[in-house]
Design a protein around this ligand. Structure first.
Ligand SMILES: Cc1cc2nc3c(=O)[nH]c(=O)nc-3n(C[C@H](O)[C@H](O)[C@H](O)COP(=O)(O)O)c2cc1C
Length: 320
């Protein structure tokens, strides 16, 4: 592939529950072509395995054709995890990602997501069981983690635990659970991770512009991959911008992408209300790639039906 910028680094599409389900990912993949791996939003495990059809549908291979997808599990029970992992293997996957990052209170209060970081002995025990079992069953595991629950200082001990296991990758969002999405990412802690990790490291967090990408890949020369989430929701052409070294979002491509995703959601969503809810959620992020968007953003938020919605989208297009 020819590119204006030297990019050995692989690009991963972050799991984003509620926003980036298979329809979003498929349309994105058709319009923008540089993602090496997509990560599916988390599926919660239960003693009965994966029982919700909606969750299965999101990772079914026929719904994720021509792309590399890694399913993600949210769990703190090794037996439940192993059962779900086998179900996922049975539909054709050989790699699974474990969520040790989700900061939501309803998740952490159950000791899941970043809540696993509150008791690292328990985390170690859980990892021992799932790694042992998954390796025996030829399932590779990667982990997506925050750097602590309360404080970045916790990471020294956390990385010692992770180093006991052979992961296909350790994906680090260098914030604590307490940081949520506030405060700056702790690049000093990420540096420690790069120095100490026995597993390949992927960087994740706050890559919104070309310069954010340059800063990370220049400062951490050895990292093999970066994962991007909100930066893509905001500017779906971000990775092309990075590769071509073009600072501005490609609005024409973004509108084409929008039109197709709107058509797809029209086919799959039941009722205008759900369709509008879904599109408004996308625009919450995407308005930030458009100039002078404040008034139109408010109009999108307030749109009561698809006619009002389409009229604001047309305004965006006219003024682009
Ligand atoms: C709407 C939304 C949903 C998310 N859902 C998940 C999820 O299902 N699993 C997960 O590991 N992280 C989830 N995340 C976290 C992202 O994958 C990512 O780690 C985080 O947004 C930081 O990366 P970014 O700054 O590139 O967005 C979610 C984030 C957002 C904004």
């Amino acid at each position: 592939m020819e590119s204006a910028m030297k990019t050995k680094t692989k690009f991963y599409f972050a799991p984003m529950e509620g926003v980036a389900g298979y329809i979003y990912r498929n349309v994105y993949h058709e319009h923008f072509h540089h993602i090496d791996q997509y990560f599916a939003p988390f599926i919660s495990t239960s003693p009965n395995g994966i029982s919700k059809m909606k969750e299965f549908r999101d990772i079914l291979p026929e719904n994720n054709k021509d792309m590399c997808l890694i399913p993600q599990l949210l769990s703190n029970n090794a037996d439940d995890f192993i059962l779900a992992a086998k179900q996922i293997k049975d539909i054709g996957y050989h790699e699974i990602n474990l969520n040790v990052g989700c900061p939501s209170g309803t998740v952490t209060s159950k000791g899941k997501g970043s809540g696993m970081l509150l008791d690292i002995e328990k985390l170690d025990h859980f990892l021992y069981n799932v790694f042992e079992n998954c390796h025996r069953n030829n399932i590779r595991l990667s982990v997506k983690t925050r750097i602590g629950f309360y404080s970045p200082d916790e990471f020294e001990k956390i990385i010692e635990i992770y180093n006991r296991y052979q992961m296909s990758e350790l994906i680090i969002h260098p914030r604590t659970r307490e940081d949520y999405y506030k405060n700056d990412v702790h690049l000093d802690v990420f540096k420690t991770a790069v120095q100490k990790s026995k597993n390949p490291i992927c960087y994740n967090g706050d890559i919104f512009e070309i310069n954010d990408y340059k800063k990370i890949t220049e400062e951490f020369d050895g990292i093999e991959s970066v994962m991007i989430g909100r930066g893509i929701l905001k500017n779906p052409s971000l990775i092309e911008n990075i590769i071509d070294d073009v600072p501005k979002p490609d609005l024409q491509k973004i509108f084409d992408f929008h039109d197709q995703i709107y058509d797809e959601y029209k086919k799959y969503m039941s009722g205008e209300k759900n369709l509008l809810f879904k599109m408004k959620e996308i625009w919450l992020y995407m308005v930030h790639s458009m100039e002078n968007s404040d008034k139109k953003a408010k109009k999108i938020k307030k749109a009561k039906n698809i006619y009002e919605y389409e009229s604001v989208v047309n305004e965006f297009k006219r003024e682009a």
